[in-house]
Ligand binder design. Structure first.
Ligand code: DGL
Length: 282
């Protein structure tokens, strides 16, 4: 399907939610909780996950293909529920691609709303960001914070083993303890004044119990689901021209580029409810 086909699609559809794999389901779950009246269409590019160690160009190309697939299925609004894609692809898609594809549609990321929320979460102003190599290497959190919270000290730290642990169903295994403790110790050593740790990867909430176990009790741990859901609610309130194009049947559908059996099993764990997925090729 080319761009002209996308433009001729009916204008109403579900809210598109994209992640490289399962992580964005931790965001979708909170969106459905806060805004149950909307329809959602989730796309996990599981066949090509993880994105975290991939080049800027590949993350951009894969994300753009995924956004187009969601547009083709009627989404007027797509949320990149993936920090890596938000860090490496969002700006290019918003500035370079959307004007050609369909300027009336919107693609939003999850880094800016997370940084906006930091104001109310950190007292010391020293915030640690745990994320993939791609997210941390992009310095996107530091760049947003320089605009929104210029007095904050942001310390980023990459946890390259955490996504593979989650994607392989090893989040609760004893082997995960080693890698969780290692990265939490490293970021707390890098800046002992940190009072808030942001889980800046949508997969990491699946490791939350272990992260809590190895984080000093006085440190706040921030997950993004509720923050992004609140930000989406606010966005839809402020943009009736977009919300009127988001259908409201209370349904969620799931697409994966990998095996539907494995996606359905894993997604049911992430969502806390039974999930049936459909396979697509990108
Ligand atoms: N869930 C994605 C994020 O928030 C990353 C997973 C991956 O490495 O593909 O960054």
């Amino acid at each position: 399907m080319d761009t002209s086909d996308i433009n001729t699609m009916a204008s109403g559809g579900p809210i598109g939610v994209f992640d490289s794999g399962y992580g964005g389901l931790t965001i979708l779950r909170e969106m459905r909780h806060l805004l149950p009246e909307y329809d959602y269409l989730y796309l996990g590019d599981n066949a090509r996950a993880p994105y975290g160690n991939r080049s800027f160009d590949l993350v951009y190309r894969f994300t753009l293909q995924s956004v187009k697939a969601l547009f083709e299925r009627g989404c007027a609004l797509v949320i990149l529920a993936c920090n890596t894609a938000s860090a490496k692809a969002l700006r290019s898609i918003q500035q370079r691609d959307l004007p050609h594809i369909d300027p009336s549609r919107r693609v939003l990321g999850i880094i800016r709303p997370t940084v906006e929320a930091l104001d109310t979460l950190s007292v010391s102003g020293h915030v640690g960001i745990l994320g993939t190599r791609g997210t941390i290497g992009s310095r996107s959190y530091e760049l947003e914070a320089a605009k929104l919270q210029p007095d904050f000290t942001i310390t980023g730290h990459a946890c390259p083993m955490w996504v593979p642990l989650v994607e392989n169903g090893e989040a609760d295994s004893p082997g995960a303890d080693f890698f969780v403790k290692k990265e939490v110790d490293a970021i707390m050593t890098a800046d002992p004044a940190i009072d808030t740790l942001v889980l800046g990867c949508t997969h990491y909430p699946l490791l939350l119990n272990k992260i809590k176990q190895y984080t000093p009790a006085n440190i706040g741990i921030v997950t993004q689901g509720r923050i992004v859901a609140d930000s989406l609610a606010d966005y839809l309130r402020r943009h009736p021209e977009i919300s009127s194009r988001c259908t409201r049947g209370g349904n969620a559908s799931f697409l994966t580029t990998e095996s539907i059996d494995r996606f359905s099993d894993m997604a049911s764990i992430f969502m806390g409810e039974h999930v049936d997925a459909t396979h697509i090729e990108l």
